[in-house]
Design a binder for this molecule. Structure first.
Ligand SMILES: Cc1cc2nc3c(=O)[nH]c(=O)nc-3n(C[C@H](O)[C@H](O)[C@H](O)COP(=O)(O)O)c2cc1C
Length: 330
């Protein structure tokens, strides 16, 4: 039977299937079920910059109010104690998960502007996270900020998080960069150890009757996978980062495709929310069966077999495939 042991972010996982950031991590029993079914690691839901910045402001207001009353207030009320109140529930959740399961747990920070909030990475490290996923989710809204400026700001965030911790940091990206390979290379230079492709871009619909925005979250389908496969195949030969596929993986065959394109780890959220955490077992059984049928002794052996390392000119290859696809609509 094919060996599924995977090396990801310097961690050894017993399988490449990772529970993606989602509300599942709030439920230790659900996570225990996913791990019992073979999940190799768990990413917690995110702590958002907006939460942390808001809490820091509240902390400052509290400290400042005390300072007005008592000149020595700062010395008996260290900032760390105030922050402990704010980050407490998340850190407690991390601690509960660590006690409940024996696979690596990644904490998740979500934000896009450099600032004090990034120092929470240190707290997550001290609380026992095995790695950090930094989610750079954002939609560019200002015509005054160029794409290059957006990227530079995001790289600053990565540098400041990486600078706070010794833990491996992986970055969850959106697909909307003029050059994903160039940005990913700069992430590597900024100290990231991995990238997850891609964030799902939550696109609210319009509720015509109410003349309002319909914010219902629609879970993914495997139709979202090819965008990720394409990026993985491009990135796999050009960076030495750990790659994870996030988005549209619902079955073991989907996971096999991601691994063939270069993924070290494959993250699932929607499929586990739809079918329950035990679905990890179904995915792993199908992945193992496929690897066995094809004669691969391990998932590591299959990794990257279909990446673009053998394409002498990936740019020409992309153009050619585009033209072929347009012709193949029948
Ligand atoms: C209900 C829900 C909550 C999520 N919360 C987070 C989050 O807190 N942080 C994050 O980085 N991603 C979050 N995600 C995104 C998932 O981690 C994952 O990247 C995305 O859903 C694509 O994977 P999938 O196709 O398997 O769902 C969430 C997804 C869902 C469905």
């Amino acid at each position: 039977m094919a060996d599924l042991t995977t090396s990801w972010l310097g961690l050894t996982l017993r399988s490449p299937i990772v529970v993606a950031a989602s509300p599942l991590s709030r439920d230790p029993e659900a996570i225990a079920a996913a791990v019992a079914s073979g999940a190799g690691a768990v990413v917690m839901h995110s702590l958002f910059e907006e939460q942390l910045a808001h809490e820091q402001m509240a902390a400052h207001r509290f400290l400042d109010a005390r300072t007005d009353l008592d000149a020595e207030a700062r010395s008996f009320l260290p900032a760390s104690e105030v922050f402990a109140i704010d980050a407490g529930p998340y850190l407690a959740e991390l601690d509960r998960l660590r006690r409940r399961v024996d696979v690596p747990i990644l904490a998740s920070l979500n934000g896009t502007t450099p600032g004090g909030w990034t120092s929470y990475a240190k707290r997550l490290e001290s609380a026992g996270a095995d790695a950090l996923e930094l989610n750079l989710y954002e939609v560019a809204t200002s015509p005054d900020e160029t794409g290059a400026a957006v990227e530079e700001r995001q790289l600053d965030v990565v540098r400041s998080v990486v600078g706070c911790v010794r833990l491996p940091v992986t970055v969850k990206l959106s697909p909307f960069y003029a050059s994903v390979p160039s940005f990913v290379r700069r992430l590597e230079q900024a100290g990231a150890r991995g990238v997850a492709v891609f964030n799902r871009f939550y696109q609210p619909d319009i509720a015509l009757d109410e003349l309002d925005v319909d914010r219902r979250l629609v879970l993914s389908t495997p139709a979202e996978l090819p965008l990720r496969l394409h990026a993985l195949a491009l990135l796999s030969p050009t960076v030495s980062l750990s790659l994870s596929c996030a988005g549209g993986v619902h079955s073991g065959l989907d996971a096999a495709k991601a691994i063939l394109c270069g993924a070290h780890a494959v993250q699932l959220a929607s499929a586990l929310l739809l079918h329950g955490p035990g679905h990890v077992g179904v995915v792993l059984a199908e992945l193992t069966r496929w690897l066995d049928e094809k004669g691969y002794r391990s998932s590591a052996e299959a990794r990257g077999v279909l990446d673009l390392s053998s394409a002498p000119d990936p740019h020409a290859w992309e153009r050619l495939n585009y033209a072929r696809m347009l012709d193949g609509w029948r």
